[in-house]
Every structure is written in structure tokens, then in C-alpha cells.
Design a protein around this ligand. Structure first.
Ligand SMILES: Cc1cc2nc3c(=O)[nH]c(=O)nc-3n(C[C@H](O)[C@H](O)[C@H](O)COP(=O)(O)OP(=O)(O)OC[C@H]3O[C@@H](n4cnc5c(N)ncnc54)[C@H](O)[C@@H]3O)c2cc1C
Length: 486
């Protein structure tokens, strides 16, 4: 079933508990801190089933129609189709919704390729994985993932400081029906808008923390679940004109609290296994497929950033200056580098699990590393092109609604070929992307959404063909020896 946007909005009016500061939000689809972002997600649901997108963005299997981000790739063409599906979703939201409905299905599509691995954790978990994938694609489920722990959760070295307080999500009871979980999970981007969250661990879990290795899926309106939102940038957006991005694309991040929540065995995928709670993502293509989606999303955002860079240079009448062209050329080269890496990931696919053709992990991790390490630098370059423009503009759009002030503004702030209003409009957009509170959150998001930057290095270290590289050094060294005395 492919949900319409309206059905999606209806489906998240489900009694979930979302806290915004001290307020309990009763309906995120109508609340001023959330409603426009909810509509942006609804727009994705509508557009992916629209006639002009349906051929690429949906597929049929045994008479049912599903979103293409659930397609299990077996050929290069399948990878291309998944790429185009992610790309269209990212282009509709300019890459600003990081955890869009196509993100977590990419994890699940990779995980379901190896049910035997789950059965090795505990017999029956393989079926749980298969059934969860079926449920997600059949019901068009939007899921977040909360696979990191609250900061400060680590064990200190023995003898150092007080013992850790057990506030991180863990199993506190177990019976024939399932387990009871209690504690906090981080950081549920989009959770306020999702149907379910997948709890697990991408960080290592210590041997004495087996109860924390629980990996399960939980409806976000289940008894005992509450969603604790950070500050909403949508709520503080002055208007669409002043904050064109924060007002529409604030996907929200929240801590998700589980207070004695019952989880049935059917929705449990790992339990009491500190190694596998983390390994499931890397031993299947799940982690690479989800981060490939994230890279495609980044590419669409980069196109917006580069487009704004050029528009700012034109606005400031500096595009003809060679030094500015040099800067724009550098940005264009960076965009091409990333696009090339993503093409490589689908053109040089691999068979990590027999029978499936999945993205090239080295190129996915190379691109992820590149994005994490270059986003701030790129934004800084474009801010330099912006100059002081945004601060030369009036405080907000109300000046344009006042006939007298608006006339004065046009007289003194316009430049040949550009109205003052158009200048203000572009500067406000650029600031929302690069300088506002919303932009600041994006800076942190790009640095951390896939884990801290040192972890990005590890992904590339672990997937590098070191034998091939050291082998060529060995071959070279074997080709000569101590020369005989002449
Ligand atoms: C906006 C945003 C959205 C996010 N969305 C999600 C989401 O949807 N789902 C999800 O599960 N997670 C999400 N995350 C969480 C993200 O995965 C974590 O922020 C990330 O794993 C870093 O963990 P931490 O924030 O606990 O930082 P910490 O682990 O506390 O690290 C703090 C600092 O210490 C450094 N540090 C820590 N350990 C080491 C080490 N061994 N070596 C070197 N340096 C070290 C880190 O590099 C970092 O600079 C999101 C984060 C942000 C900022």
C-alpha cells in the first residue's frame, strides 16, 4: 500500500507523547513548531506515488506495489533505480531532511538480505527480520533510528569516579511475550514524525552491558514512549520569506525515552549479544546502503549551496573577478568530486551477500568521509562570498508590507538590475542555509549524523584493500636486491 500524504498525516495523529520544553504537544500535524515539517514529509508521500514518478519510485512484486527504496538490488539497474528514488526525494527537500522516509528502509533492505545471521543470534530472529521488512514496505512505514546513547554513558576506567547510572536503554524484564525496556536512546531525528523507531547500537557495547544490546522496533505511540524534542526552528521562523528553510524543513531531533515499554518477541532482532548488536549493520550491506542514501541527500544539498554561491556572486556584482571565479570553480569541482564518487558506488557494485548486488562500500565510505570533512569548509567559503549583505537588510519582511517603508527601501537598497526585495529574499535564504539557528543545527548534523569524524576514518580503514596495496609494495621490493659489487 502506498500512503497518500493525507493518510500519512492522519496516521501520525496517534496519541504519541511529544514534549517541547514543558509542553505536551497533542498533534504534531497542527502544532506551529512541527506542522510545516509534517507537511513536507506528507509531500514526499504524495509525490512518490504521483504518475510522473511512479515508474521509478515504486515497484511491483506479486501484485503489490511498494516504494523503490525497499527494492532489494540484484543488478546495476536496480542500484540506479534506488539512486534515482533517493535523489528525487532529496531534490524535493533540497537535501535538508536528513532522515527522510527513504533513509531507514535502506538499512532494513540491507539487513534483510541475511536472515541466517539473525537466526545465529537467536533462532527465529531471522523471521523477525523478514517480517519487519515486509511490514515496513507493505504499510509504507516511516521509521527513525535511535542507535546512539546519551552522552556520558561510557564506563569510566576501573576505580575512576562514581559508577555509571543506568539510564541508557536496557532490558529490565523478560517473559514469554517479549521484553520490557527502560531508558533513553539518542538522537531520534524525525522521530516526532515517524511511525516507529528502531533502537539499537552503532557504538560498541561493553561485555558487562549485555542488557543494553537490545535491538528492536517500537511504535512511537506505544505506552511508555515519549519523544523529547530539542528547540524547534520552525516555531521561531519569523515567516517563510525570512526563514524559507527553517519554516518548512525542520525535521526535528529528539531524545526518545522508554519507560517500561513492552516489546513483543516478533519485533526483537538482537538480545544479550554485545558483539552482534553492532555487527549486524556492517556484516550486511545495511550500513552502506543507508549511508549511500545520506550521501545522495548531501549531493542535493551541495547543489543548493553551490547555486546560492553563484547567485550571491552575481548579486554582489563580483562574478567577473578572476579570484571569485576561482572560488566558484573550486566549489564546482567539489560538487563533481562527490557526484563522481556516488556514480562509482553504483557502477562498481559488489556482492557482499550472495545473490544481491549492492553499493561499493569503499566508495560509500569515501564519500561519507568527504562530506563529513568538507561541509563546514564549503559553507565557510560561501559565507565569505556573502559579505555583510544579510546584515544590510531590514530585520524582517514586515518592512515590505508597509507601503511607505517599502518604497524607501526600494529607493535606497536596490542596485541597477536588482530590486531591493529580490536582494533581501536571496540574502534571507542564504542566511537560513548558512548562518541561522537552523543552519547551525545543520553544521552539527553533517559533522555527527553518521557518528564522529574519527569513526568515518575507521570505516575506510576497515574496508580498504590493504593486501592489494601492500602487495604492490612487496612486488616492487622483490624486484631488486643489494646490487653486486661493480
Ligand atoms: C543533529 C544530529 C542528528 C543526529 N541524528 C541521529 C539519528 O537520527 N540517530 C542516531 O542514532 N544518532 C543521531 N545522531 C547522533 C550521532 O550519531 C552522535 O552525535 C554521534 O555518534 C556522536 O556521539 P555523541 O554526540 O554522543 O558524542 P561523543 O561520543 O560524546 O563525542 C564528543 C566528542 O568527543 C570525541 N571523541 C569521543 N570518543 C573519541 C575517541 N575514542 N577518539 C577520538 N575522539 C573521540 C568525538 O569525536 C566528539 O568530538 C545525531 C547527531 C546530531 C548532532
Amino acid at each position: 500500500m502506498l500512503m497518500t500524504g493525507k493518510e500519512y498525516l492522519e496516521s501520525i495523529r496517534d496519541g504519541r507523547r511529544v514534549y517541547l520544553g514543558g509542553d505536551l504537544v497533542d498533534d504534531v500535524t497542527t502544532h506551529p513548531a512541527f506542522r510545516n515539517a509534517a507537511r513536507s514529509f506528507a509531500m514526499i508521500y504524495d509525490r512518490k506515488r504521483a504518475p510522473e514518478n511512479r515508474d521509478v519510485m515504486t515497484f511491483e512484486e506479486e501484485g503489490d506495489t511498494y516504494s523503490s527504496y525497499f527494492l532489494l538490488p540484484r543488478t546495476r539497474e536496480d542500484l540506479q533505480r534506488r539512486f534515482e528514488t533517493h535523489r528525487r526525494i532529496a531534490s524535493w527537500t533540497h537535501g535538508l531532511l536528513g532522515r527522510s522516509p527513504d533513509n531507514f528502509p535502506s538499512y532494513v533492505s540491507g539487513l534483510v538480505m541475511d536472515p541466517a545471521m539473525f537466526d545465529d543470534i537467536r533462532p527465529g530472529f531471522g523471521d523477525n527480520m523478514r517480517n519487519y521488512y515486509e511490514h515496513m514496505r507493505k504499510d509504507d512505514i516511516f521509521a527513525s533510528h535511535t542507535v546512539t546513547n546519551p552522552q556520558g554513558w561510557r564506563n569510566l576506567a576501573p576505580g575512576e569516579g562514581p559508577k555509571r547510572t543506568p539510564t541508557t536503554l536496557r532490558v529490565v524484564a523478560e517473559d514469554d511475550q517479549g521484553v520490557t525496556i527502560n531508558g533513553l536512546k539518542m538522537l531520534g531525528t524525525s522521530s516526532a514524525f515517524c511511525h516507529e523507531t528502531w533502537c539499537g547500537n552503532l557504538q560498541p557495547v561493553a561485555p558487562d552491558q549485555a542488557a543494553e544490546s537490545i535491538t528492536c522496533a517500537v511504535p512511537l505511540n506505544a505506552p511508555g514512549v515519549s519523544i523529547w524534542s530539542r528547540k524547534s526552528y520552525e516555531a521561531s521562523a519569523t515567516s517563510e520569506f525570512d526563514n524559507p528553510l527553517a519554516s518548512r524543513f525542520d525535521e526535528n531531533d529528539s531524545a526518545v525515552l522508554f519507560e517500561n515499554v513492552k516489546v513483543p518477541w516478533e519485533r526483537i532482532f538482537c538480545h544479550n549479544n554485545v558483539e552482534m548488536t553492532r555487527a549486524i549493520y556492517m556484516r550486511t550491506p545495511g550500513h552502506a546502503m543507508a549511508n549511500h542514501q545520506a550521501n545522495i541527500r548531501f549531493l542535493e544539498k551541495l547543489k543548493l549551496i553551490v547555486g546560492i554561491a553563484r547567485k550571491l556572486a552575481d548579486l554582489n556584482n563580483v562574478t567577473h573577478i578572476p579570484a571569485v571565479q576561482f572560488t566558484l570553480g573550486q566549489l564546482a569541482a567539489m560538487e563533481a568530486t562527490l557526484e563522481g564518487l556516488l556514480m562509482g558506488a553504483i557502477n562498481c557494485g559488489e556482492e557482499q551477500v550472495a545473490g544481491f548486488h549492492t553499493v561499493n562500500r569503499r566508495y560509500v565510505y569515501g564519500a561519507l568521509h568527504w562530506c563529513t570533512n568538507h561541509h563546514s569548509e564549503i559553507c565557510d567559503t560561501v559565507r565569505e562570498l556573502m559579505g555583510a549583505g544579510v546584515f544590510q537588510m531590514p530585520a524582517d519582511v514586515s518592512v515590505l508590507r508597509d507601503a511607505k517603508l517599502s518604497k524607501t527601501f526600494e529607493t535606497y537598497w536596490s542596485v541597477p538590475g536588482q530590486t531591493a526585495k529580490d536582494r533581501m529574499k536571496l540574502f534571507k535564504l542564504a542566511w537560513d542555509l548558512l548562518g541561522s539557528d537552523f543552519a547551525g543545527r545543520h553544521m552539527q548534523y553533517e559533522k555527527f549524523y553518521a557518528g564522529p569524524s574519527f569513526v568515518m576514518n575507521m570505516y575506510s580503514y576497515l574496508t580498504g584493500p590493504w593486501h592489494e596495496w601492500t602487495g604492490s609494495v612487496d612486488d616492487l621490493m622483490a624486484s631488486y636486491d643489494v646490487p653486486e659489487q661493480q
